[in-house]
Design a protein around this ligand. Structure first.
Ligand code: GUN
Length: 309
């Protein structure tokens, strides 16, 4: 079993990006600039945004944080989106999700100029990806594809089972991996990626275990800790765990009674301990898909800069 070390691959890609952006600066060009819009103070969103900003700064991407109160109206948020669409100093921007209940997420995402949509979530970019046109691919699918590529795991002709049908992971990753490989991503060898036979499963799928047992690659993005168990996995399969679940730590996992660690830990959607011995390749949580998602946002920002500035 080989661990797919997203943390290490992401560090390698950040070093490549830093070099490319240093070269831009040394040639007298302005550096790429990302804006991040955060509405309210959802603790998970605050952490995600902090991590994204730190990663930008590390590679030399300028980053602007726009914090709006959770009382902001849909109209005011739309006005901010239009302002960012028109600002020539901003190469790309994201609106961190989730948004407060009184704001329609799809109205906001649809208003983002697809050329600046570095999250790849606008209907325009999703449609372009589906049709195999040049597009900005959403961050997690791009990160998964990159991780497979960097470990030379081919997808052509393989059976990929995706568990989860979200707009942000399940649907786009399925589209990406079944594409003809002409949908290449800048800086990536596309030769053996795409051309997969993809099955998308979800909460209403009957006999999920039997379908999973026919998979060469399983991508789990269901948000359900321990969903994928060892009996569902064919020996030698590749397992990509997109889940990020915070679960209580049992007392016996603490070192001493004085252990001050919070009584929670991060786990994925895979029963890692029992699945890992059967897998050929598997992503850990944390340190697998998560760091790849952030680095994809950086790559998308540089892509937007290169294509439209
Ligand atoms: N919330 C959780 N993941 C994401 C993401 O990738 N993009 C945005 N905008 N919000 C998120």
């Amino acid at each position: 079993m080989t661990l797919l070390d997203g943390k290490q691959i992401a560090a390698t890609i950040r070093a490549e990006l830093r070099e490319e952006i240093d070269a831009l600066r040394q040639a007298g060009h302005r550096v790429p600039c990302l804006a991040v819009v955060i509405v309210g103070e959802n603790p998970a969103s605050v952490t995600y945004v902090r991590n994204k900003m730190r990663a930008c700064e590390e590679v030399g991407i300028r980053v602007e944080r726009i914090a709006l109160p959770d009382t902001v109206s849909e109209e005011e948020l739309l006005a901010e989106v239009h302002r960012l669409n028109a600002d020539p100093a901003i190469d790309g921007f994201i609106v961190q999700l989730p948004l407060p209940a009184h704001i329609n997420e799809s109205t906001i995402l649809s208003a983002i100029d697809y050329r600046k949509d570095v999250d790849g979530l606008t209907p325009e970019n999703v449609g372009r990806t589906v049709q195999g046109q040049p597009s900005i691919v959403s961050a997690t699918p791009r990160g998964i594809r990159e991780l497979l590529a960097r470990y030379n795991i081919p997808t052509a002709g393989k059976h990929v089972v995706v568990i989860g049908r979200s707009n942000i992971v399940g649907k786009p990753v399925a589209m990406l991996l079944m594409q003809r490989p002409y949908l290449s991503l800048p800086g990536m060898s596309a030769a053996s990626l795409g051309d997969a036979t993809v099955t998308i499963c979800h909460s209403k799928t009957q006999d999920l275990a039997a379908i999973c047992r026919t998979a060469d690659i399983i991508i789990v993005a269901a948000g359900s800790p321990g969903l994928l168990t060892a009996d569902m996995v064919r020996p030698g399969a590749t397992i990509i765990d997109v889940g990020i679940n915070r679960v209580p730590t049992t007392n016996d996992q603490r070192l001493t009674t004085n252990d001050q660690r919070p009584a929670t830990k991060l786990v994925g959607d895979v029963d890692f301990e029992n699945v890992a011995p059967k897998a050929a390749y598997i992503t850990p949580v944390p340190g697998g898909v998560g760091p790849m998602t952030i680095v994809s946002l950086l790559q998308n920002t540089l892509q937007a800069y290169n294509e439209h500035s």
